[in-house]
Design a binder for this molecule. Structure first.
Ligand SMILES: Cc1cc2nc3c(=O)[nH]c(=O)nc-3n(C[C@H](O)[C@H](O)[C@H](O)COP(=O)(O)O)c2cc1C
Length: 334
């Protein structure tokens, strides 16, 4: 299951909604349930309703989810994130607009003072010492994710959020060692990675979600993503979760079934494991991707919102024998 914001937390705390939502997908036979983008600090959240891992009290309600997922025989992952200039917005249920201080929002931060949309309040450009603080926040959130019992950690470096903002020359116009050439733009991610690896054990999988392209000329592109993936592989990252877009408002994205799979195929050539995601909705598509080695893992998003029992139904469709929850055995089709 691909990470998907639920906009249902209070002060960053997970609650019964999250337990039932993630728990149901584990009951439905999903092998790895990845919990949504979880803010490494209060201002790292996209909305005030996002999950957070910036204090120790936030660990316990997440541990409850992990324990339940484990009881179903599934693995639990979590995505740690900083929304950068795309933070301080209301959720899709509340209008999805930038929040002012009066509306409960906050000043956003970014590599450069360039807003995502031209009509938005520009973000504050992070100083070098502030960058170090954010790196530390990622490290502390990773340590808390470990305490909560998660099996997999994913660093969110995609979709126009803070790390992607550093990677892309569209949002990063810095002139110091964090901006300009490729090596400078990837520096922040590599610092986050090193900090996270100092607390996240080597024997537990570490994923990085990347946007393979900004889908615009002169933006972050597949060649840079491939070069970065090779470096991440050498630095001990286990898997690249291959997404795209999110950093340019009016980018034209050629949406079609499995449209991001070619990125996974390309990145996989560097030797690193990859996950394919995006408009993958049928058992046949999943089989094709895995059997033809276009990816090592398939992540599903919206299909699992429509159908939490997708994996159980898939197995039936493909005549594969998989374990059902014992409570539901009488409903299992032969
Ligand atoms: C409601 C919703 C919330 C999402 N939240 C996140 C998120 O927290 N982190 C992330 O990396 N992607 C997020 N995404 C993107 C999904 O993880 C996934 O990459 C995307 O929906 C494409 O896959 P799909 O076609 O199977 O839905 C979200 C998507 C949806 C629909």
């Amino acid at each position: 299951m691909s990470p998907m914001c639920q906009y249902s937390a209070q002060d960053g705390f997970a609650n019964d909604w999250h337990l039932v939502h993630y728990g149901t997908r584990a009951v439905g036979g999903i092998a790895l349930v990845i919990v949504e983008a979880t803010g490494v600090s209060p201002i790292a959240r996209i909305t005030p309703d996002d999950l957070g891992l910036w204090n120790d009290e936030q660990v316990e309600p997440l541990k409850r989810i992990v324990d339940f997922v484990h009881l179903q025989g599934s693995k639990a992952g979590i995505q740690i994130a900083h929304a950068g200039r795309k933070a301080s917005h209301s959720s899709p249920f509340k209008g999805e607009k930038q929040l002012t201080l009066e509306e409960g929002g906050w000043e956003t931060v970014a590599p450069s003072a360039v807003p995502f949309r031209s009509d938005e309040i520009p973000p504050h450009q992070l100083t070098k010492s502030e960058i170090k603080e954010v790196v530390n926040q990622f490290k502390n959130a990773a340590a808390r994710a470990l305490c909560a019992g998660f099996d997999v950690l994913e660093i969110h470096a995609a979709h126009g959020y803070l790390i992607h903002e550093f990677l892309s020359p569209i949002s990063n116009i810095r002139t110091d060692e964090y901006g300009g050439n490729f090596n400078n733009r990837i520096r922040f991610l590599l610092e986050v990675l090193t900090a996270v690896q100092s607390v996240w054990p080597e024997n537990l999988p570490l994923f990085v979600r990347l946007s393979a392209t900004d889908w615009v000329e002169n933006g972050w592109n597949v060649e840079e993503t491939t070069a970065l993936s090779k470096i991440l592989y050498e630095q001990g990252v286990d898997l690249i979760d291959c997404s795209s877009g999110g950093n340019v408002e009016h980018a034209k994205i050629p949406l079609s079934p499995c449209y991001q799979v070619p990125f996974s195929e390309q990145i996989r050539k560097t030797g690193i494991f990859t996950a394919a995601v995006g408009l993958i909705t049928s058992p046949e598509e999943i089989q094709d991707i895995l059997q033809h080695e276009k990816a090592d893992m398939v992540l599903l998003g919206r299909e699992l919102l429509r159908n939490p029992y997708f994996a159980l139904n898939c197995a039936h469709h493909l005549k594969e024998e998989i374990e059902w929850p014992k409570q539901y055995l009488r409903a299992k089709r032969k």
